[in-house]
Design a protein around this ligand. Structure first.
Ligand code: MG
Length: 365
């Protein structure tokens, strides 16, 4: 029987969050959910035990109702021991909850190593020179020859690791040191730099998202020309189900794209009577709500309008104010440029107007 003990009882103070970093989001799920998902989806484990602190026990149990949650101890070494005692597996892989980028391949290599050699310590060769130092003075240069960076998973026969706890009580940085202190020789297996431990706030991802959008509508007689909510005097206007405000639509798609959502047609279908003649700035406003639900707000927006005629320069300031107003950002954070296409293509022939938009979202804290 093969089991996993996932260490999640730390406080993760170095990341500087107000709560356990493992319960912070990494994309759509928490770090711990991402880590546990790899184990669960690998199909390699008969049992998964998660070690949680008293503070987080309930929250972690509610995230993983199917798994065994065990109360951690005062230190990592003690916490893992509690997990091992609760396990019924004969081969057990100990893993840091803060390593969500572990792969099925690393896990199966580790298991194979235990079966063949009695243990498996995920590791990869150091590429930088490693030194020991005290008070900023180097006391020993270890070079990089035969130097490995140790990670988790670290796999063992559970009974043998428990034996090491008895033989060599104390605190250890990881289970391989404990295993070695217990008189056995830990064996390396395949780790990877990608299987890194999330330690600092930056490891949780850059808190910005960029998005692009594009839209075009045909120019026809008998329609109003509306660009970024400004009604512009012209002999033609843009044709569409809504008010056909192409730059507003491009910006809407840029926002949705940046937030990882679907496109404008998904949320405001042109088959829906509700949106017939709709004011596109209203759609933009609703889109902003969808973006906020994803935990983001706009930082700045940049829009390009491609039109052979009319001259848009007199209206640009009003357009900027309109967009800034809807996005709730300063006018100076909205850039709008207008260009002709030198009479080339459908835009040059005044058959239509197109627009590109980019937006930067930031995490809404
Ligand atoms: Mg459109």
């Amino acid at each position: 029987m093969i089991g996993a003990v996932i260490a999640a009882a730390g406080k993760g103070l170095r990341a500087g969050f107000e709560k356990n970093k493992l319960l912070m989001p990494l994309g759509e799920k928490t770090v711990l959910e991402e880590t546990v998902r790899v184990f669960a989806e690998s199909g390699l484990f008969d049992e998964i035990v998660i070690v949680a602190s008293e503070t987080d026990e309930r929250e972690i149990q509610s995230l993983f109702p199917a798994f065994k949650i065990v109360r951690g101890g005062a230190t990592r070494t003690q916490s893992v021991l509690n997990g091992l005692r609760a396990s019924r597996a004969n081969i057990v892989l100990v893993h840091d909850g803060a390593r969500p980028y572990v792969t099925k391949e690393i896990l199966s290599d580790c298991i194979e190593s235990v079966k063949k050699y009695g243990s498996g310590i995920a590791a990869y060769p150091a590429t930088d020179t490693v030194a020991r130092a005290k008070d900023e003075k180097i006391t020993e240069i270890c070079g990089k020859e035969n130097i490995y960076i140790l990670q988790t998973p670290q796999g063992f026969y559970r009974e043998e690791l428990l034996e090491a706890y008895e033989k060599a009580p104390g605190e250890y940085p990881d289970e391989s040191s404990l295993f070695a202190a217990g008189g056995r020789t830990p064996r390396l297996c395949k780790g990877s730099p990608q299987n890194c431990k999330l330690t600092f706030r930056e490891d949780f991802g850059f808190p910005f998202r960029v998005g692009n959008g594009y839209d075009t509508h045909p120019l026809v007689q008998g329609r109003d020309l509306i660009l970024c909510g400004v009604k512009i005097p012209h002999d033609k206007g843009l044709l569409g189900h809504s008010d056909a405000d192409a730059p507003a639509h491009a910006l809407t798609d840029a926002l949705l794209s940046a937030a990882g959502l679907r496109d404008i047609g998904t949320y405001f279908p042109d088959t829906d009577e509700k949106y017939k003649g709709a004011n596109s700035l209203e759609l933009l406003r609703k889109t902003l709500e969808l973006v906020k639900e994803q935990g983001y707000v706009p930082e700045n927006a940049s829009v390009t309008i491609l039109a052979q005629r009319p001259k848009l320069a007199p209206y640009i300031e009003q357009m900027r104010r309109n967009l800034a107003n809807v996005l709730a950002i300063p006018v100076s954070f909205v850039g709008i440029s207008a260009t002709t296409t030198e009479k080339l293509g459908f835009i040059g022939r005044e058959e239509g107007i197109a627009s590109y938009a980019s937006v930067l979202l930031k995490k809404n804290s």
